[in-house]
Ligand binder design. Structure first.
Ligand code: SF4
Ligand code: F3S
Ligand code: FES
Length: 248
């Protein structure tokens, strides 16, 4: 059965803005993005929202709903009671462009900093051989839809903009872990993870894992194993001696 929901949506741009209240019909089975689209169609034609697939796969419609980082297209209206005010605001960790649309280019800059897959020299396409267990481990990380909800929720940059230059964030810790654990990757990414990508700033709060719509175990399967590898490298006496003798 339909009803009228109370929506509170942030409207504004880089110079500032405010929450605006709307009363808007809701039909059974709808998600928050349906309601935002109905607002555009009936009351606020200039409301800016980024979306694409409406299936939880493109990662475009990230925003905050009642203060929680969520995908607008995957948040069912049945999550809320009919008399609950639903507050929709843009991602907090990134600069606002307009209304619900933020500038997430920070993430693309961080992606470019990570050295790409480095197979052994001379290995041609078709000559790659991997154990199924290694394939499965990569596949978990490859499920990432780049919604950046994990980046948005991590307190290291959410509350401290000045940490951004030194911190790649959980989405890129899984990228580094994926490459580091890849049996055919020859690059050693452990020092870079710690020193350039800011792995040491993560204090394992696991908020990133909690908001990941793909259910990737970011902290347990990527961050903690990477931290263990960094520690092994630093405190293994053989590695320590090797570094002393052979480091250029
Ligand atoms: Fe989104 Fe999860 Fe990828 Fe982070 S790891 S960007 S939360 S899909
Ligand atoms: Fe941030 Fe996730 Fe670490 S939320 S502090 S990257 S465990
Ligand atoms: Fe693609 Fe929501 S519109 S994930």
């Amino acid at each position: 059965m339909g009803y009228d929901a109370q929506f509170r949506v942030w409207r504004g741009d880089a110079d500032g803005g405010a929450l605006q209240d709307y009363s808007i019909p809701v039909n059974e089975g709808e998600v928050v993005l349906d309601i935002i689209h109905r607002l555009q169609a009936t009351q606020t034609p200039d409301l800016a929202v980024r979306w694409n697939c409406k299936a939880g796969k493109c990662g475009s419609c990230s925003a905050e709903i009642n203060g929680q980082p969520r995908l607008l297209c995957m948040t069912r209206m049945s999550t809320f009671t009919e008399d609950e005010v639903v507050t929709v605001t843009p991602l907090r960790a990134f600069p606002v462009i307009r209304d619900l649309v933020t500038d997430v280019s920070f993430n693309y800059a961080k992606a470019r900093e990570i050295p790409s897959f480095t197979p052994p020299p001379g290995l041609g396409p078709g000559e790659y051989r991997m154990q199924q267990v290694d394939v499965e481990r990569s596949q978990e990380f490859r499920k990432c839809i780049e919604c950046f909800l994990c980046q948005n929720t991590c307190h290291v940059i959410r509350d401290h903009d000045d940490n951004k230059p030194a911190f790649s964030g959980p989405r890129f810790f899984i990228r580094v872990a994926e490459l580091e654990m890849h049996p055919l990757d020859t690059a050693d990414r452990r020092d870079a993870a710690q020193e350039e990508f800011g792995l040491g700033l993560c204090n394992i709060t696991k908020c990133c894992t909690e908001v990941c719509p793909e259910g990737i175990k970011i902290t347990d399967n990527a961050i903690i194993p990477m931290k263990e590898r960094v520690v092994d490298r630093r405190y293994d006496p053989i590695v320590w001696l090797g570094n002393k003798l052979f480091r250029r």
